[in-house]
Design a protein around this ligand. Structure first.
Ligand SMILES: [Zn+2]
Length: 302
């Protein structure tokens, strides 16, 4: 026994970093690979971890079925804002961590043969906060959906407006909402998907304006968080307050759909609403013709 304890003892530094994770919700020890194969949800308690934008898009679109637009749009530092570090440095470290230059990826894709304009927010980039570039990218996507007369799907994951851009960040609430009002007047379909967590200015603008609102199970969806509200009103909050299930029971959400079932559910909705179908070749052709960024005028041809 002595031999074993002396020679086969696993030293802490022998375990590769990041291989095991302690679940935030149930404290179970889960491997990173088990988490990833379960689309970043705990295999023990189903707690939903933030899903990076591209991983989310991969659950919806197959190879060659999604084409990004405005991929090089990058935030600026209009207020020369410094908190514990200058905003440009914060952007750099966020970009390194998330692998994308802003907290949202937008594009056009073929979802089961339906052409859709789709945005996925990324909580790993500065908590999915909505700065001017996030607002601009979402607005351009809405305008593209209007121009092409195709449905819009926005998958939100956000800590709210971006403090480092002050009032410019708050203006994105108005800009995105105004674009959605124009979209709505064209009688086009907008499906809003709320993931864990969707909060603040994002909830207060485009995330709450869907024709159909889908939420992930157990997701926190709110404007101000439960702790802030409890402190303000000095009262205990009801069980499950501001979670998807609570919002479904109170009419703020239409459906609760798990990560694995989302693609099938979106296709089911698009089918039920008799959305026109396009071949992958048509969508690819339009994208290729326009360099994947600027699309010509007029709706997509079926
Ligand atoms: Zn868990």
């Amino acid at each position: 026994m002595r031999f074993f304890s002396k020679h086969i003892k696993v030293r802490k530094r022998d375990i590769p970093a990041g291989l095991w994770t302690k679940c935030k919700s149930c404290s179970a020890m889960v491997t990173q690979s088990a988490l990833e194969s379960n689309i970043m949800s705990c295999p023990e308690c189903n707690y939903l971890y933030p899903l990076p934008a591209w991983k989310r898009l991969r659950t919806l679109f197959g190879e060659g079925e999604f084409f990004e637009i405005d991929s090089r749009m990058h935030p600026n530092d209009p207020l020369k804002f410094v908190d514990s570090m200058p905003y440009p440095l914060r952007q750099q470290s966020a970009e390194k961590r998330a692998g994308i230059p802003e907290a949202v990826v937008t594009g056009i894709g073929s979802l089961g043969g339906f052409a859709v304009a789709c945005a996925a927010m990324d909580f790993t980039y500065m908590g999915g906060s909505m700065g001017s570039v996030v607002g601009e990218k979402i607005t351009r996507l809405i305008e593209l959906a209007i121009e092409k007369r195709i449905p819009l799907i926005i998958i939100s994951a956000s800590g709210g407006a971006r403090m480092q851009e002050g009032a410019l960040s708050l203006m994105q609430l108005v800009k995105t909402s105004a674009a959605l009002a124009r979209f709505n007047r064209k009688r086009l379909l907008y499906i809003s998907v709320l993931t864990n967590p969707t909060t603040g200015g994002t909830t207060a603008s485009f995330a709450s304006l869907g024709d159909i609102t889908i939420a992930e199970p157990g997701a926190l969806i709110c404007f101000a968080g439960p702790r802030v509200i409890k402190q303000t009103i000095q009262q205990d909050l009801p069980e499950g307050f501001q979670k998807s299930e609570f919002l479904l029971a109170h009419g703020m959400v239409d459906l609760i759909v798990g990560r694995k079932e989302l693609k099938a559910k979106l296709i089911e909705i698009l089918t039920l609403l008799e959305t026109p179908k396009f071949t992958n070749e048509t969508i690819r052709g339009v994208v290729a013709q326009n360099g994947g960024v600027n699309f010509g005028p007029g709706p997509l041809e079926a």
